[in-house]
Design a protein around this ligand. Sequence first.
Ligand code: 5RP
Length: 234
Amino acid sequence: MSEPKPAAVTPVSQDELKALVGRAALQYVVAGEIVGVGSGSTVNKFIEALASMRDQILGAVSSSVASTQRLQALGIHVFDCNEVERLAVYIDGADEIDPQGHMIKGGGAALTREKIVAAQSAKFVCIADESKLVPTLGKFPVPVEVIPMAVQRLVRQFAVIGGSARLRMREGTPLVTDNGQNILDVAGLQIKDPRSFESEVSQWPGVVTVGVFAFQKAQVCLLATPAGVRTMIF
Ligand code: 5RP
Protein backbone atom coordinates (compact mmCIF):
# COMPACT_ATOMS: atom_id res chain seq x y z
CA MET A 1 0.00 0.00 0.00
CA SER A 2 1.38 3.41 -0.91
CA GLU A 3 2.02 6.12 1.71
CA PRO A 4 -0.76 8.74 2.05
CA LYS A 5 0.21 11.95 0.30
CA PRO A 6 0.70 15.02 2.53
CA ALA A 7 -2.17 17.49 2.30
CA ALA A 8 -1.48 20.13 -0.34
CA VAL A 9 -0.59 23.50 1.16
CA THR A 10 -2.53 26.24 -0.58
CA PRO A 11 -0.19 29.12 -1.37
CA VAL A 12 -1.15 32.27 0.48
CA SER A 13 -0.11 35.61 -1.02
CA GLN A 14 1.52 38.42 0.95
CA ASP A 15 -1.57 40.48 0.31
CA GLU A 16 -3.82 37.81 1.84
CA LEU A 17 -1.53 37.52 4.87
CA LYS A 18 -1.68 41.28 5.38
CA ALA A 19 -5.48 41.26 5.08
CA LEU A 20 -5.69 38.37 7.57
CA VAL A 21 -3.64 40.13 10.22
CA GLY A 22 -5.32 43.47 9.51
CA ARG A 23 -8.69 41.91 10.34
CA ALA A 24 -7.25 40.13 13.40
CA ALA A 25 -6.18 43.48 14.85
CA LEU A 26 -9.83 44.57 15.14
CA GLN A 27 -10.15 42.55 18.37
CA TYR A 28 -7.82 45.10 20.05
CA VAL A 29 -9.86 48.15 19.03
CA VAL A 30 -11.79 49.45 22.03
CA ALA A 31 -15.38 50.49 21.33
CA GLY A 32 -16.15 54.07 22.34
CA GLU A 33 -12.49 55.13 22.11
CA ILE A 34 -10.07 56.74 19.66
CA VAL A 35 -7.66 54.28 18.06
CA GLY A 36 -4.05 55.02 17.06
CA VAL A 37 -3.38 54.04 13.45
CA GLY A 38 0.06 53.56 11.90
CA SER A 39 1.20 53.47 8.28
CA GLY A 40 2.14 51.01 5.57
CA SER A 41 0.62 48.31 3.41
CA THR A 42 -0.34 46.06 6.36
CA VAL A 43 -1.97 48.95 8.18
CA ASN A 44 -3.86 49.79 4.97
CA LYS A 45 -5.56 46.39 5.34
CA PHE A 46 -6.33 47.19 8.98
CA ILE A 47 -7.85 50.52 7.93
CA GLU A 48 -10.09 48.72 5.41
CA ALA A 49 -11.23 46.35 8.16
CA LEU A 50 -11.72 49.23 10.61
CA ALA A 51 -14.46 50.63 8.38
CA SER A 52 -16.70 47.86 9.76
CA MET A 53 -16.28 49.41 13.26
CA ARG A 54 -16.64 53.01 12.10
CA ASP A 55 -19.81 53.58 14.13
CA GLN A 56 -18.36 52.01 17.30
CA ILE A 57 -15.28 54.23 17.65
CA LEU A 58 -14.90 57.96 18.17
CA GLY A 59 -12.24 58.11 15.49
CA ALA A 60 -8.50 57.75 15.02
CA VAL A 61 -5.17 59.48 15.49
CA SER A 62 -3.03 58.82 12.44
CA SER A 63 0.73 58.63 11.93
CA SER A 64 0.90 59.83 8.33
CA VAL A 65 -0.81 61.94 5.73
CA ALA A 66 -1.40 58.78 3.67
CA SER A 67 -3.18 56.96 6.51
CA THR A 68 -5.19 60.08 7.36
CA GLN A 69 -6.47 60.24 3.78
CA ARG A 70 -7.44 56.57 3.81
CA LEU A 71 -9.24 56.87 7.14
CA GLN A 72 -11.13 59.97 6.06
CA ALA A 73 -12.11 58.37 2.75
CA LEU A 74 -13.81 55.62 4.78
CA GLY A 75 -15.67 58.16 6.92
CA ILE A 76 -13.49 57.72 10.02
CA HIS A 77 -12.83 60.98 11.86
CA VAL A 78 -9.13 61.76 12.34
CA PHE A 79 -8.19 63.71 15.45
CA ASP A 80 -5.09 65.88 15.67
CA CYS A 81 -2.61 64.25 18.06
CA ASN A 82 -2.72 67.38 20.24
CA GLU A 83 -6.45 66.95 20.83
CA VAL A 84 -5.94 63.58 22.50
CA GLU A 85 -4.15 62.88 25.77
CA ARG A 86 -3.98 59.08 25.82
CA LEU A 87 -4.86 56.29 23.43
CA ALA A 88 -5.75 52.79 24.61
CA VAL A 89 -4.17 51.11 21.62
CA TYR A 90 -1.93 51.84 18.67
CA ILE A 91 -1.95 49.45 15.70
CA ASP A 92 1.01 49.58 13.32
CA GLY A 93 3.26 47.43 11.16
CA ALA A 94 7.01 46.87 11.35
CA ASP A 95 9.93 46.15 9.06
CA GLU A 96 11.57 43.84 11.60
CA ILE A 97 10.57 42.63 15.03
CA ASP A 98 12.77 40.74 17.48
CA PRO A 99 11.69 38.14 20.07
CA GLN A 100 11.39 40.87 22.76
CA GLY A 101 9.09 43.11 20.69
CA HIS A 102 11.73 45.68 19.68
CA MET A 103 11.20 46.81 16.11
CA ILE A 104 12.74 48.51 13.12
CA LYS A 105 10.19 50.84 11.53
CA GLY A 106 10.16 53.60 8.95
CA GLY A 107 10.18 51.69 5.67
CA GLY A 108 7.33 54.00 4.73
CA ALA A 109 9.16 57.09 6.05
CA ALA A 110 6.53 57.74 8.74
CA LEU A 111 8.70 56.79 11.73
CA THR A 112 8.66 60.12 13.58
CA ARG A 113 4.89 60.41 13.76
CA GLU A 114 4.66 56.67 14.43
CA LYS A 115 6.91 57.04 17.47
CA ILE A 116 4.91 60.01 18.73
CA VAL A 117 1.56 58.19 18.48
CA ALA A 118 3.07 55.02 19.96
CA ALA A 119 4.40 57.02 22.92
CA GLN A 120 0.90 58.33 23.51
CA SER A 121 -0.65 54.86 23.56
CA ALA A 122 -1.06 52.40 26.39
CA LYS A 123 -0.58 49.37 24.13
CA PHE A 124 1.30 48.90 20.83
CA VAL A 125 -0.11 46.07 18.73
CA CYS A 126 2.28 45.26 15.90
CA ILE A 127 0.81 43.59 12.81
CA ALA A 128 3.08 41.84 10.32
CA ASP A 129 3.66 38.66 8.43
CA GLU A 130 5.99 36.09 9.95
CA SER A 131 8.90 37.01 7.66
CA LYS A 132 9.38 40.16 9.77
CA LEU A 133 10.33 38.19 12.90
CA VAL A 134 14.14 38.10 13.27
CA PRO A 135 16.53 36.98 16.01
CA THR A 136 18.48 40.29 15.90
CA LEU A 137 17.48 43.62 14.39
CA GLY A 138 19.57 45.08 11.57
CA LYS A 139 19.24 43.09 8.37
CA PHE A 140 16.64 45.63 7.26
CA PRO A 141 18.50 48.95 6.85
CA VAL A 142 17.54 51.21 9.76
CA PRO A 143 15.57 54.27 8.59
CA VAL A 144 16.61 57.49 10.31
CA GLU A 145 14.77 60.77 9.77
CA VAL A 146 17.36 63.55 9.60
CA ILE A 147 17.58 67.30 9.13
CA PRO A 148 18.80 67.86 5.53
CA MET A 149 21.84 69.99 6.53
CA ALA A 150 23.15 67.11 8.70
CA VAL A 151 22.98 64.37 6.04
CA GLN A 152 26.69 64.07 5.17
CA ARG A 153 27.79 64.48 8.80
CA LEU A 154 25.50 61.66 9.82
CA VAL A 155 26.64 59.42 6.94
CA ARG A 156 30.17 59.76 8.38
CA GLN A 157 28.99 59.23 11.95
CA PHE A 158 27.18 55.98 11.02
CA ALA A 159 30.33 54.76 9.22
CA VAL A 160 32.22 55.02 12.53
CA ILE A 161 29.88 52.41 14.08
CA GLY A 162 29.99 50.18 10.97
CA GLY A 163 26.83 51.45 9.27
CA SER A 164 26.53 52.25 5.61
CA ALA A 165 24.02 55.09 5.31
CA ARG A 166 22.30 56.04 2.06
CA LEU A 167 20.05 58.99 1.46
CA ARG A 168 16.59 57.70 0.45
CA MET A 169 15.62 59.00 -2.99
CA ARG A 170 12.29 59.29 -4.75
CA GLU A 171 12.04 60.11 -8.44
CA GLY A 172 15.64 61.32 -8.56
CA THR A 173 15.53 63.70 -5.59
CA PRO A 174 15.92 63.13 -1.85
CA LEU A 175 12.66 61.91 -0.32
CA VAL A 176 10.99 64.56 1.82
CA THR A 177 8.96 63.24 4.76
CA ASP A 178 5.60 64.52 6.02
CA ASN A 179 7.73 66.62 8.40
CA GLY A 180 9.88 68.18 5.65
CA GLN A 181 13.01 66.16 6.49
CA ASN A 182 15.10 63.45 4.75
CA ILE A 183 15.62 59.74 5.43
CA LEU A 184 18.92 57.87 5.74
CA ASP A 185 18.72 54.07 5.41
CA VAL A 186 21.55 52.53 7.38
CA ALA A 187 22.71 49.03 6.38
CA GLY A 188 25.32 46.78 7.97
CA LEU A 189 24.27 47.10 11.61
CA GLN A 190 23.61 44.27 14.02
CA ILE A 191 21.57 45.79 16.82
CA LYS A 192 22.12 43.54 19.81
CA ASP A 193 21.08 46.16 22.38
CA PRO A 194 18.19 48.13 20.82
CA ARG A 195 17.65 50.40 23.83
CA SER A 196 21.23 51.63 23.99
CA PHE A 197 21.36 51.98 20.18
CA GLU A 198 18.17 54.05 20.19
CA SER A 199 19.42 56.19 23.10
CA GLU A 200 22.77 56.88 21.51
CA VAL A 201 21.69 57.65 17.94
CA SER A 202 18.74 59.77 19.10
CA GLN A 203 21.25 62.19 20.63
CA TRP A 204 23.32 62.76 17.50
CA PRO A 205 22.84 66.33 16.24
CA GLY A 206 20.65 66.34 13.15
CA VAL A 207 18.80 63.12 13.97
CA VAL A 208 15.05 63.70 14.23
CA THR A 209 14.05 60.09 14.90
CA VAL A 210 15.83 56.75 14.66
CA GLY A 211 13.68 53.90 13.35
CA VAL A 212 14.53 51.54 16.20
CA PHE A 213 11.53 51.24 18.51
CA ALA A 214 12.94 49.89 21.76
CA PHE A 215 11.42 52.36 24.20
CA GLN A 216 8.11 52.26 22.29
CA LYS A 217 8.25 48.53 21.64
CA ALA A 218 5.26 46.31 20.90
CA GLN A 219 3.32 44.72 23.76
CA VAL A 220 1.54 42.41 21.33
CA CYS A 221 2.58 41.16 17.92
CA LEU A 222 0.13 39.52 15.55
CA LEU A 223 2.07 37.53 12.97
CA ALA A 224 0.30 36.27 9.87
CA THR A 225 1.26 32.79 8.75
CA PRO A 226 -0.32 30.54 6.11
CA ALA A 227 -1.74 28.52 9.02
CA GLY A 228 -3.36 31.54 10.68
CA VAL A 229 -2.44 34.41 12.98
CA ARG A 230 0.12 33.77 15.70
CA THR A 231 -0.03 36.05 18.76
CA MET A 232 3.11 37.00 20.66
CA ILE A 233 2.82 38.86 23.97
CA PHE A 234 5.87 40.72 25.29
C1 5RP B 1 6.14 52.93 7.89
C2 5RP B 1 6.38 51.74 8.72
C3 5RP B 1 5.62 50.49 8.37
O1 5RP B 1 4.87 50.10 9.46
C4 5RP B 1 6.61 49.43 7.98
O2 5RP B 1 7.44 49.92 6.95
C5 5RP B 1 5.91 48.16 7.52
O3 5RP B 1 5.24 48.41 6.34
P1 5RP B 1 4.48 47.27 5.55
O4 5RP B 1 3.29 46.89 6.35
O5 5RP B 1 4.13 47.94 4.23
O6 5RP B 1 5.45 46.13 5.35
O7 5RP B 1 7.14 51.72 9.65
O8 5RP B 1 6.99 53.99 8.23
